[in-house]
Design a protein around this ligand. Structure first.
Ligand SMILES: [Ca+2]
Ligand SMILES: [Ca+2]
Length: 381
């Protein structure tokens, strides 16, 4: 191992020889994914992150009693300086890490303005000793265009112009990868990469770039803990959740457990929720049961809505005349007293067609009702 690394001056070797190192005599307190005063009910995932090199989290406890927990490899951070006009979340730019290329494993770039430092987090156990690949993929979104020569240009029917896929333009520089307990060397990568395509391919740059990071040390050597805390095994009231590292650094949070009796309805908003404006208040039982919710009260007064029509289905009928048809992809919709009902179909393509739009009767009330039919656009906005 050491022989393979002798490539530069001996002084550069020491940082790459991470691995079995002494536990620090004093570490910083680990981070628990719960906050003081948080209300807990049912099964609650609890994650504890180590924060000091080689100071793994060893114990997760409730009221001083250790509970079973699985080791994690901590959280890895992919960091960079954002250049150009930055990224926008709507383009859905993303990275993938090693073989974790499934849709669910993509880590998307949020809105990051140019000139800011960005960090993307992912599980440390996605990394491995030796060579690792992080692939940056630029995302695209449709824009209206009159440039018929643009890459991917599409003419919309019925004289509604054209569109082309436009990739987000941005630059990444000072790219780094970090995970407690290992050293990730990214020197094979360039200092900076420019992504994007100008406007729909007007100036083609990178759309996809694989980056290489060589890791010395074992991902997870500074480990965290994760557990699903079953609060139904705790009494209702205040409890202390604590986590301790190898060096003895400790974090404690006080949480409030409030489990309803078995079989009780689940009430939304939940315990401790902050609400403002108009919010629905719902009491629901698990599906499949024969029981039903008998009453719902706010401060002991029955919770009631303004009188609405009974349950059932109402129908809005309209006739689409022959000519320019309604198309599902434009996401046209109706507003029934402010409730959105999607038209959701292609109508009138081959001639005049009657459309029947079904919606819950509870959208209607006695007296005047307002129904608006609205046209959407192909972005669904
Ligand atoms: Ca672009
Ligand atoms: Ca951009």
């Amino acid at each position: 191992m050491a022989l393979l690394l002798v490539a530069g001056p001996a002084t550069t070797l020491s940082p790459t020889l991470a691995g079995a190192q002494a536990i620090p005599t004093s570490g910083n307190a680990p981070l628990i994914s719960l906050s003081n005063g948080q209300n807990l009910e049912g099964e609650v995932p609890v994650v504890v992150e180590p924060v000091t090199e080689n100071d793994s989290v060893t114990t997760l406890a409730v009221d001083g009693d250790r509970i079973g927990a699985d080791k994690t490899a901590g959280t890895a951070h992919f960091a960079f300086e954002m250049g150009g006009n930055g990224t926008e979340a709507r383009y859905r730019n993303y990275i993938t890490v090693n073989g974790h290329t499934a849709d669910a494993d993509r880590v998307y770039l949020p809105d990051i303005p140019g000139g800011q430092v960005g960090t993307l987090d992912f599980p440390g156990d996605w990394l491995q000793p030796g060579s690792n690949t992080i692939t940056v993929q630029a995302g695209a979104n449709w824009v209206d265009s009159t440039t018929k020569t643009a890459v991917g240009y599409e003419e919309l029917p019925n004289g509604e112009g054209g569109r082309c896929p436009n990739y987000d333009d941005y630059a990444l520089s000072s790219i780094s990868l970090s995970l407690l307990g290992v050293v990730a060397d990214g020197e094979q990568n360039l200092f900076s990469y420019s992504f994007g395509d100008g406007t729909c391919g007007s100036s083609a740059k990178l759309l996809k770039q694989a980056l290489t990071f060589v890791i010395s040390g074992e991902p997870g050597s500074t480990s965290g803990l994760r557990a699903d805390l079953d609060t139904t095994r705790l009494t209702n009231g205040t409890h202390t959740v604590s986590a301790t590292t190898q060096s003895g650094a400790k974090t404690s949070v006080t949480v409030d457990v409030n489990n309803s009796p078995v079989g009780a309805a689940v009430v939304t908003p939940g315990d401790g929720a902050r609400i403002r404006g108009t919010r629905p208040v719902i009491a629901a039982l698990p599906t499949g049961g024969k029981d039903h919710v008998e009453s719902l009260a706010v401060d002991d007064k029955p919770a009631e809505n303004a009188e609405a029509l009974a349950t059932g289905t109402a129908t809005l009928g309209l006739r689409v005349e022959a000519g320019n048809s309604i198309e599902a992809r434009y996401q046209n919709y109706a507003l029934v007293n402010g409730h959105r009902v999607d038209l959701g179909g292609d109508y009138g393509a081959t001639g005049a067609e009657d459309v029947r739009l079904a919606f819950p009767t509870r959208f209607l009330h006695l007296g005047d009702n307002v129904v608006e039919v609205r046209t959407g656009d192909y972005n669904g906005t």
